[in-house]
Design a protein. Sequence first.
Lengths: 334, 334
Amino acid sequence: MNKLGKQTIKFDAPPTIVQTASIVGPKEAQGPMAKYFDQCLDDEFWGEKTWEKAESKIIKETVNMAVSKSGIASNDIDFCFAGDLLNQCISSSFGLRELNIPFFGVFGACSTFVESMCLGSVFIESGAAKNVLCATSSHFCSAEKQFRFPLELGNQRPPTSQWTVTGSGAAILSATGQGPYITHITPGKIVDMGIKDANNMGAAMAPAAFDTLITHFEDTGRKPSYYDAIVTGDLGYVGKDILSDLAKTKGYNISSNYNDCGVLIFDKLKQDTHSGGSGCACCGTVFSGYFYKQLQEKKINKILLIATGALMNSTSSQQGESIPGIAHAIAIEN
Amino acid sequence: MNKLGKQTIKFDAPPTIVQTASIVGPKEAQGPMAKYFDQCLDDEFWGEKTWEKAESKIIKETVNMAVSKSGIASNDIDFCFAGDLLNQCISSSFGLRELNIPFFGVFGACSTFVESMCLGSVFIESGAAKNVLCATSSHFCSAEKQFRFPLELGNQRPPTSQWTVTGSGAAILSATGQGPYITHITPGKIVDMGIKDANNMGAAMAPAAFDTLITHFEDTGRKPSYYDAIVTGDLGYVGKDILSDLAKTKGYNISSNYNDCGVLIFDKLKQDTHSGGSGCACCGTVFSGYFYKQLQEKKINKILLIATGALMNSTSSQQGESIPGIAHAIAIEN
């Protein structure tokens, strides 16, 4: 592999994404992406007693589904890279504790899915692994309870707020396969522009997405038009507009081929989700469900996927801190 | 690099640990390891208003110290791998937000330091990076408040309980250097033997350490006597005894060269720390402070470092869950 420019790695023998899987909750099942997901749940509990246990079950079953669909024996998977939004990433560690695959816990907030694919693809290309598993999850109820207010309070949500996606996305990367290939990764820096409003994550994360996007273009020499689709993870409507505007200030016009998973997953008018979807599973399910199939069917052939994360917790907000953002990008090509 | 056996990677051009740094709190400053740390603090706040902000300052200053001591310009460091125990790893993300180095957030609970070195060394050996930074932190006050009870309650601690180390350890790995080298990594699986007592982390984590230890020996063909020191991260007195006993059941006697950072960092009789130290910084500071210098001075030449983590949070314990453990091992040799 070669390092390009400041922070991009180009793979000589790019890993293939051999399979993905996605399971989502009932609200996502009513959204415009529903038909692309492997499984839609009827309720937020899925037979479990708590939301946290439900989230663990969702990531567990999504991972099992990805392994099963791939046809790769689970003991041929060398490493698992996974993480989630719950304190100490318990959704992943409890959900995947029976997996019996060496496990790297990853925390990138909502950027976790692409962070895990960045790490996994370096392991594949280097020969450290033949097959790796990358997974993440989020759950509206467990996230609201932890980051904001008890759901029972019925707090009003401001227009900039986003709706945490209930679901899980998983991908299996392999040294051998016919693509789609991860050709480049551009891991991001932490960027904090001083946004303090925990109900406006799009604004907090957009500067990090901007930094990674521009760095990717500068490092690779590519222009926005190179890609059939440039897709961010969960900037939502507010953050998407900010990123488009910021990109223009550097001379990059992404208006014709840019979209955001948080914008795509819900119907803004019918579903009352304000600025759109968020959560680790937003990018995880929309990529695994929708974009991966578009790549497989060659409806698109080149995608730049940029997952964004807000690296804060409720204590940091209570202590008056701003919200640091991060964004990791991968180029996926047929 | 080559995969050995089930889950060990052997490096052909092993990365050098070119420098480490460690900063600890006032209790650690009164313990038997004090003289090996780079800096000992007088109080738990270090001029900050909250424990969380103090912990962020500790990791920030430790990382700055490691970079400064190494003589490597910070813009020659390609990636940073870091994580901690606070919810959503805010110590790392706030402490390192001004670092301006592409950042991979890692969560392995108290195994984070070695997990980050596993990831970093694969990045180095593969050519994805020339220099990487690995760091972690923990803080007694922020951890107690988050995982157990408000400190003001003055709860009595059972004999199996451990004392979270206040401090931070950081290491810089490089493709070039004269050693000590990371020659092998054995990333661990999640192991859950059903322990539910959140005041007995040693017992919860020892089975994971056992699994990784035995796997390392089987994968490499090495015996305990190959190493000058076999060192676990924070099993404490209780977990250390369990691991020694478990190892014997598989025919491996580690009694003569095995120790634990949680046993080493505090004076059991004088410091009232019961089963010993714990926390990400336990392994992080004792390795960075003590063992790294022992390796540099060639007082020891071969060490197997196994950091252990308990992948739980307070919600999982309240919901009646057991405590999954994990252990990651690295072999470091002159």
